[in-house]
Structure formats: C-alpha cells, structure tokens
Design a protein around this ligand. Structure first.
Ligand code: HMG
Ligand code: MG
Length: 298
C-alpha cells in the first residue's frame, strides 16, 4: 500500500546546481534555499563540502552554510566526502551531513577517487565524529540501477553497500539511480533486495529522470512502502562524473502526483513553483518539470 505521508528531501541546491558550468552567486543559492523553505520543504540539501578542484560550483560551501536563514524544523544537510570536508562543515555550523559511495567500483573511483572499501575506511572516522557531536548522518549509494562505466548493477551489490552504510550509523540510506536508466520492475527488485537488509523506513529513493522513468519508478517503490523521496526543484541537475545524466526528478512533479493521490507532503505547490521560476529565470531556462511548465502557462 502507498504510504499516507511522504517526506521529500529537496536536493536542488546541491545535486541540482553542482553541475552548472557558470558560477552561481552564493546569494542566489541562499535565496533559492529560502524559497524552498517557504514552500514547506523540511529537508533541503544545501551544499557539498567536497574539493573545489573536483566540483567548482560547490566551492562556496562554507558561505552557503553560514549564510542560511535557518527556519525552525528545517534541516540543511551537506555532502561530506572525508574528514577534511567534515571539519569544514562543522566549522561552518553544519548540523547534518551525508556521506556518499556507490554500488559500482568504477563510478566510486571516478567520483571520489577511491574504491568502495576505501570509501568506508574514509567514512568510518567521519561518522564516529559526527555521531559523537549529535550530527545526523545520511548515506548515499550511487548507481543502484546501472552504472555509466559498468552497465547493469546487481541488486545484491546495492544491498550490501546499503547495509554497510546502515551498519556504520546512517539513519537513512538514499538509493541513487544516478544516470536514470532504471525502469519500474528493476527498481522494485532492487528495493526488495535492499529491504531484506535495511528497514524500509530507513530507505529513500533518489531517482534521476534521464530516460523519463523517474515518476514511474517512484510509484513502483512507493507501493513497496518507500516513504522518502529525493527530488530537485525544476528537475535541476546532473552529475559531473556521469556524463549525460540529467537532473533528479522534479520536486514539482512529485508533489503534484502525491497531492493528486491524497498523500501528505507539507509542500505548497504554488510556492514551490515560485522557487522553480526564480532559479530557472536566473539560469535563463524553462523548468525541467512538466507540472511547473503547465502551471506557469496558466
Ligand atoms: P583526492 O584528489 O583523491 O583527494 O579527491 P586528496 O585527499 O588527495 O586531496 C586532493 C586535494 O583536494 C588537496 O588539495 C586537498 O586538500 C583537497 P591540494 O593539496 O591539492 O591543494 N581536498 C579538499 N578540499 C576541500 N574539501 C574537501 C577536500 N578533500 C580534499 N573535502 C575527494 C578526493 C573525495 C576530495 C574528491 O574526489 C571529491 O571532492 N569528490 C567529490 C565529487 C562530488 O562531489 N561528486 C558529486 C556528488 S555525488 C552525486 O552527485 C551522487 C548523488 O547525488 C547520488 C546519486 O545521484 O547517485 C549523491
Ligand atoms: Mg544525484
């Protein structure tokens, strides 16, 4: 049965903007984050404390974190790849972090320059230090339905990495279809395999829409009980280490579908459209969201 309440994790300011070629001013990012908070999103991934040589667009991570107009009951997590990133995040006042690895060895190498095992060696001290300071840790697995370098990825491989993230202390494990190649039955099989090792309540679906499958995939895994969805305002995004990957599923589309099915999200669709219109007009683009375009045309 479909969950009655669905938590949306807005990843636009991080996953959405990380791939933009031109530098987006910090105050534009902060305005976007504030508008997303105004729209009722309670988890807004704000930035990534990664190396600016690897991802230049996230170089202003400390300024973004420090500049947040924090709202009560809103979490502003940031990606952290290693101890150096964690220390910088902490220094900037970050209260929740996300670590990220992959179900594919090749992608892990390209993305964070280490093997999957090495990524866990790097994360272990980060997670220990975070939990000691009461900082919540989320975990990401990339390439759960396919890898740009290795092709098909076995559900068992995803389940193993997800279980390791859960075991080291991640309160939630987000399953990333990084390149958006999945289809609904594959998505279900993958989630079923993971749910044998990690409680469903602690899993999130993080689907990119490269092949237009994200909404169908989301519906399929919600039927299994997945109640946390990562999405990106305006369908912004892509991954610098996954050529051709498009953005995450658009938050507007997810909210519209959930509202139509009578599921609670706490998000005000009109205000969300305002946020989408704001960032897309800055980028001189139309939103990559059917719902946003339909409503903006009214
Ligand atoms: P490395 O080159 O192996 O690291 O990169 P290193 O430790 O050898 O350091 C190299 C240089 O980077 C040094 O500087 C370090 O100080 C610096 P230098 O001495 O040359 O001047 N450095 C840092 N600077 C700032 N912050 C740091 C940091 N760490 C080292 N934290 C590293 C390893 C992990 C750092 C690098 O590969 C990296 O930053 N990768 C991040 C890639 C990334 O952000 N990818 C996108 C996010 S993942 C994603 O989008 C998928 C997801 O959405 C889910 C899905 O869709 O699947 C989450
Ligand atoms: Mg992503």
């Amino acid at each position: 049965a479909l969950p009655t309440r669905v938590k949306i994790v807005e990843v636009g300011p991080r996953d959405g903007l990380q791939n933009e070629a031109t530098t987006i001013p910090t105050d534009v990012k902060l305005t976007l984050i504030d508008m997303l908070g105004e729209a009722g999103l309670h988890t807004i991934e704000a930035t990534a404390f990664v190396s600016p040589k690897w991802v230049p667009q996230m170089a202003d991570h400390a300024d973004v974190m420090r500049g947040l107009k924090r709202r009560p009951h809103v979490a502003y997590p940031a990606l952290v790849p290693n101890m150096k990133g964690f220390e910088a995040a902490l220094e900037a006042g970050c209260e929740e972090i996300a670590i990220f690895t992959a179900a594919s060895e090749s992608f892990c190498q390209k993305n964070i320059n280490c093997s999957i095992d090495e990524s866990f060696e790097r994360f272990a001290p980060v997670v220990d230090a975070a939990l000691e300071k009461n900082i919540k840790v989320r975990g990401y697995v990339s390439c759960v339905l396919g890898c740009p370098y290795e092709g098909d990825i076995k559900p068992a491989a995803v389940a193993e990495v997800a279980q390791r993230l859960h075991q080291i202390g991640c309160y939630e494990v987000s399953l990333g279809d990084t390149i958006g190649v999945g289809t609904p039955i594959a998505a279900k099989k993958m989630v079923e395999a993971v749910a044998r090792l990690v409680p469903l309540k602690q899993l999130a679906a993080h689907f990119h829409d490269t092949y237009g499958q994200a909404m169908a995939n989301l519906f399929a895994v919600m039927e299994l009980g997945i109640a946390t969805i990562d999405s990106s305002v305006g369908g912004l995004g892509g991954c610098p280490y996954a050529k051709g990957a498009s953005g995450n599923v658009a938050t507007e589309d997810v909210v519209y579908m959930l509202q139509g099915m009578g599921r609670e999200t706490g998000v005000n669709l009109n205000k969300l459209i305002d946020a989408s219109a704001y960032i897309n007009s800055y980028l001189r683009r139309t939103p990559n969201s059917k719902v946003a375009n339909a409503l903006l045309a009214k």
